[in-house]
Write a new protein. Structure first.
Length: 113
């Protein structure tokens, strides 16, 4: 039995609310919800959204900044994986693989909420 087998597959508007609730909990459980959240209160650690880090000097990025960006990319991919493994192939066709988890989350909300 897989870790997320209890979560229904998103097939459309009729099961979006249940799917959204369970995927939100799964993302929170993995410490990845901030990749989809739109929270702006920095003191709300659970809801505060994590933006993709930027480099102020692209010609001389620091090793710490490179590490921070790679970590964000890795975690965002994990969040997208959780989202995408529980949606139907028809729903999956709406999503651009290059978009962030937050962008994919917004696309799904726009279609099904």
């Amino acid at each position: 039995m897989g870790k997320y087998d209890h979560i229904c597959e998103l097939t459309g508007s009729e099961n979006y609310p249940q799917w959204r609730q369970k995927i939100t909990l799964a993302l929170k459980g993995e410490g990845l919800w901030q990749h989809c959240s739109k929270g702006t209160d920095i003191s709300d650690y659970e809801e505060y959204a994590i933006a993709k880090p930027t480099i102020s000097n692209i010609f001389h990025p620091t090793p710490d900044k490179i590490k921070e960006i790679r970590e964000w990319i890795k975690d965002d991919a994990k969040a997208r994986e959780i989202i995408c493994q529980k949606i139907s192939s028809i729903v999956l066709s709406l999503l651009d693989k290059k978009k962030s988890a937050s962008e994919q989350w917004e696309i799904l909300a726009g279609h099904y909420a």
